[in-house]
Ligand binder design. Sequence first.
Ligand code: AMP
Ligand code: MG
Length: 412
Amino acid sequence: MTATPTLREISCADDYDPNSMAVDRARELIRQFLTPVSATERVHVRAALDRVLAEDLVSPIAVPGHDNSAMDGWAVRFADLASERDTELARVGDSFAGKPHRGAIGPGQAVRIFTGGVMPAGADTVVMQERATEIPGGVRIAAGAVLKQGQLVFRRGQPVRPAELGMIASLGINEVTVYRRLRVAFFSTGDELRAVGTPLAKGEIYDSNRYTLHGMLTRLNCDTVDMGVIPDVPDALERAFATAAANADVVITSGGVSVGDADFVKPLLGKLGEVLFWKIAMKPGRPLAYGKIGGAHFFGLPGNPVAVMVTFYEFVRDALLVLQGRQDIAPMPTFKATLAAPIRKLPGRTEFQRGILTPSVGGGFEVRTTGDQGSGILSSMSQANCFIVLSAATGNVAAGETVDVQPLEGLI
Ligand code: AMP
Ligand code: MG
């Protein structure tokens, strides 16, 4: 095993080109520096929604265990069930509601049971019929159809979604250990930016990036620290970076990393930490800075509103999931759709065009762009329900060709 390289070592590697960094390469580099939070807290099961389990959860009970069956299935002896392979049992009778099976069941035996049927003597578990297959003279029960006491239910790193909440509750567990929430500080940079609620002078625009960031971070269940707009003034920026890094696990800024700006932001961040400035071979979202300021991870996103959202979803989101303690993060699903209208593109950069995906008449899906792909046109993100992902090598694409799409639902 090799030790994690430092940021400085990375910037000396042979295939390192800060002026044309491939999307995958940038993701890979960032990944090497991410260590999940370690602090945990005990929370009530209800409060665990959207958190990440910090412990393995084992079943404290054998489920289910009733006198009357709550479902149609097979009454069995729990001890007979193998967890690693299917179990075959002999059918020795039936138990209907109001018409119980008279005898007891012994080892290797089962009784067909229906909702409301009394559990026969000797049986302690009902396997729902969907998990069982009737065979001549008996039943075959799928391995793992019933949770055994002490059986691993979820591993550490499991995100808690509605299904996991229900599973945890079904085991009678009312408190779980989860990782603490990530604290993320963010601010916008730019002399031209005004906060909403104030009038605009000539040449000024409203700051929208802090709002998309607030939304994206809140959806990921982060604690947020909104630090407002910081003007393009070195002293003010230096103070803001230092305060943000001292108070958060992650610092995210927008603007100020494009060519001219970076000229003075770069030395400033060099003083406070170790930050790499990349021109990612993607569109939108060319300039991106990543590094450490003190103990905090830093993402310097471009200023253009669409670029902020695309770089957040393609780089920051995954990084936050890792830092939150998530294990085995699956890449966002991509699938194929038929292009409904041609797309013009130059090879060289990966493009994330905003697309509208609709079912095709003949089955499958077709996709078209939202129209003008300018990186300042935030309405494209609002209209889109997917990214059309065009690889760096791709050039013009004709109508009828197949393209990769990444649905936004689930991502956002
Ligand atoms: P920059 O990367 O700072 O050169 O910004 C690129 C473009 O994005 C400029 O047109 C900025 O005015 C615009 N921009 C930068 N920050 C924001 C923001 N917070 N909200 C809206 N537009 C912004
Ligand atoms: Mg700017």
